[in-house]
Structures are given as structure tokens and as C-alpha cells.
Design a protein around this ligand. Sequence first.
Ligand code: ASP
Length: 308
Amino acid sequence: MTKFSLAVHGGAGTILKENLTPELEVQYHNGLRTALEAGQAVLAKGGSALDAVTAAVCALEDEPLFNAGRGAVFTTEGVQEMDAAVMDGATRKAGTVGGIFGPRNPVRAARAVMENTDHIMLIGPNALKVAKDAGLPFEEAPYFFTQARWDALQSTLKMRAAGIEDDDPARRHGTVGAVACDANGNLAAATSTGGMTAKAPGRIGDTPLIGAGTFADNETCAVSGTGHGEVFIRFTAAAEIAARMRHAGQSLEQAARHVVDIDLGQNDGSGGVIAVDAKGNITLPFNCEGMYRGSVTQDGDFQTFIYR
Ligand code: ASP
């Protein structure tokens, strides 16, 4: 039996340190811890990595502090459009949804696409129908709304109109994700996001693009990314980490570091990833000020971090 392990993230591009009150700091750590506990409970019972990442991401989607599910950011039109993905490293099956609104847990909608259709990615009314047919709970707009995200949209639009560069990553970024290695050495990844504040309607980021923001393959690693999605897509960030391990014999740590620091870091791709390999090794690199993140291993060692 392999030792199981699990990592989660609540987005790179954290709130600026000077704006983080001690109360808020505790809330962020608690949110990450709750997600780790949800996933760890699955793994401790001998459950699959796939179920563990789904449970962990659901917990993060339910927490309004993070930009996914409840608390998702708004487009320029003031609506929420959510992307999510799940991938099973044992079978390389995957399911994703793009630009949806309604299911309480978009990651479960992605999983329904994986399990109940012949396709990988669904958008529009049929993505919602697949979620409905799977019996998933739906919510109305007030459930997903948070004043903080609404205010972030207003200030971003104001800055844009004034031609001012937005320098607060907390306003632009956010996403949640989980990667796990279960006791059988199976890997899985899941990612969910509202995208970027004041994104164009219809914009899809890296999160639901397999190989960009989400990837899992038992032979190499499981990865969930967060950051400037367009750059993650252009550099196929998650798949590139796996490719470096597979073809160049790099360790998980070396491969992830290279992609985050060089491929993304030198190309305006601020962000980070969480990744795990089939031995249960975990790495959590990022190239910006902070990334809400945490991990737990079989020995019950829970750790959560925000800054370096
Ligand atoms: N990667 C996400 C996106 O571009 C946003 C983020 O992780 O901050 O949609």
C-alpha cells in the first residue's frame, strides 16, 4: 500500500499582506483545513483519490472566501460564469464544464460529465441538464453572491475606465483545486473557478482545459493550477509538468518548479500549482506573493499556508 496524500489550493494571487486582518487570516486557514479534512476523511477510509479531490473541492466551493461556487467573481456584465474540471489518473478519464451557472458545486457537474456522457467538456444548457439529470443541487443568484466580489468588480471596472493598471492580485485571481494520491497509488485532480474578475462574458480559462489547469495520470502526476489562465493554456502548464517527468526523467518537484518559474513566471503567467506523484510526494510551487494552500499526509500532518 502507498501512503496517501492530498493537497488543496484556494487560489494564487492572495490578498495583499497589509490587507489581511488576523480574523481573515484565521478564516482562510480554516477554509483550507475544512477542505483537507473532507478529502482526508475519504482517503483514510480507503476511498479513491477521485472521491477525495471531489470532496475537497466541494468544501472549497461552499466557502464564500474562495473564488469558486459560492463567492465566484463577476464578469464585466455582472454575472457569474463558472468553470470546473475533474480527472482520474487511473483511467485518464476526465469531465469538465465551462461558463456555467446554477449547480451548487460545479466540480460535481464536471464529474457528471465524466461519468454520465461520452464527452469531456460541456457548456451551455446541456451542461446544466447533465447536472440536473445527475440529481445535483442547484442554487439561485443570492446564494452565490458576495459583496466583496461585487465590490471588486466595481473597482476593477472603474480602474479600467480610468486606464489604471490593476495591481491587486486578490481582485483578479482565485480558483480552488485539489490533487490526491490514494492508498492504491491512484492519482486524481480537480479544479473549480469563477475565473478572473471582469472577464469577458464567455471567456473560458485554463481550469476546465485538460492539460492546462488540470491533469492527472498515474504514470506521472496530478496537477491543479491557479493563476493567469491564458498563460497556463498557452504553455499547457499541467501537461508540461507530466511531460517533463515522463520524457526528461525529472522529479515532480523539478518539473513543477520549472514550469511555474520559467514557462509561466517569465511569460507574465503569475500563479502556481499543487501537484502530487504516485509515491504521494507533494509540491506546491508558485511565482507570486502568495497562494492559499495546504496538504495532509497519511500520518495526519495537516499544514496550511498563505504566503512564502
Ligand atoms: N486560472 C483561473 C482562470 O484563469 C484564475 C485563477 O486561478 O486565479 O480562470
